[in-house]
Design a protein around this ligand. Structure first.
Ligand code: SF4
Length: 348
């Protein structure tokens, strides 16, 4: 899978590195000083990930925990994200990663103890000032949170950390069904695995190389049966002629696999792009029906459906969920204009 594995020199004997190398005996090994010296230095087209993917193993430096943009998660609570990986093995054709880095190569940062210490520090500072508030942390801002956990092996670090931070929540957001590493952990009520779902035909046409909807639903059922809290994202919602029927079907399918009262939250978000990502979609997927849709530049400069259209789509899907027994207070709108849903402040 990886043609070259670049390793920061201080990590050459790291137990996780040795384990990874055992899995890829045919990859070429290159010792480097710092990931940033090589990763993205020469522009590599995004779609080369189909045929040529390299792996970088390093230690994340700089700001390890960042405040998430406004309207990122459930309202009224602060949201932070931490970064332990760049890029993704999947290829969703709307993915913002195609416009973000200069390379689709995978980077795994292995200094989880350091990242965990910083999370604990940030949590403690906030908690001292606002002892009544919950704090949210999100993994996988630039990657899928579960897809490579068998390789990266970080879950144990974060379960240990969040067991001692009961006033904090951790969201692991994924389209993967790789739940093996997760099932090795004792479930914690403050670590929520959240699955992004779309109607089956949209998964096929847009979520390229990701597990099919049915398999994601099965992973949800298994995690729920084993006591792991579940969140759901219907995001990105894409309009087509079958929009109403297929989202009704998706809601029915979801609730066949998990009862409404077991879902911590469902976020809804329509497809959106920065200008740069939209240009990449035009270049990388010129045949995609995404490009036939009518978008406008909206309140935060992102490219979206116009406001009445978004309002209509989000209200439809929300009502479909409410009609099937999902409590309205568990549904929120992701990265939306707050005025679209005054009940929910919004988030990215
Ligand atoms: S799973 Fe997420 S990070 Fe990976 S390609 Fe799809 S949208 Fe991008």
């Amino acid at each position: 899978m990886f043609e070259v594995i670049y390793i920061e020199k201080q990590l050459l004997d790291h137990p996780r590195v040795l384990e990874i190398l055992k899995k890829y005996p045919n990859s070429l090994i290159q010792k480097i000083d710092k990931v940033e010296d090589v990763f993205g230095r020469v522009k590599k087209p995004y779609l080369q990930k189909r045929t040529n993917l390299n792996l970088f193993l390093g230690e994340k430096k700089g700001q390890l925990v960042k405040l998430a943009p406004p309207a990122y998660g459930l309202s009224g609570e602060p949201h932070y994200y931490f970064v332990h990986a760049y890029n993704c093995i999947y290829e969703c054709n709307y993915c913002y990663l195609q416009g973000y880095f200069h390379s689709p190569d995978i980077v795994l940062y292995l200094n989880h103890e350091e990242i965990a210490l910083e999370i604990a520090r940030v949590a403690s500072v906030y908690h001292t000032l606002h002892p009544k508030n919950n704090i949210w942390f999100h993994a996988g801002e630039y990657s899928d949170s579960l897809a490579l956990t068998s390789l990266s092996g970080e879950l144990g670090h974060y379960f240990k950390l969040f067991r001692n931070l009961p006033y904090c929540n951790l969201e692991l957001r994924t389209k993967s069904v790789n739940i093996r590493e997760l099932l090795k952990e004792e479930p914690l009520q403050n670590i929520i695995t959240s699955f992004s779902l779309s109607p089956a035909h949209r998964v096929k046409s847009n979520d390229l190389k990701t597990p099919p909807l049915k398999n994601r639903l099965e992973a949800i059922r298994e995690l729920n049966a084993n006591g792991f809290p579940i969140g759901i994202h219907f995001d990105p919602i894409i309009y087509d002629d079958q929009f109403i029927e297929t989202y009704e079907e998706l809601a029915d399918q979801l609730l066949d696999f998990i009862s409404a009262d077991k879902i911590r939250y469902i976020s809804l978000g329509v497809v959106r792009f920065t200008k740069e990502v939209y240009q990449k979609v035009q270049k990388n997927y010129p045949e995609s029906d995404l490009l036939a849709q009518e978008f406008v530049r909206s309140f935060d400069n992102k490219i979206r459906y116009n406001r009445p259209m978004r309002l209509w789509m989000l209200s439809k899907v929300k009502q479909q969920l409410i009609d099937r027994g999902v409590a309205p207070e568990r549904i929120y709108l992701c990265m939306e204009d707050t005025e679209l849903d005054p009940m929910n402040k919004t988030h990215e």
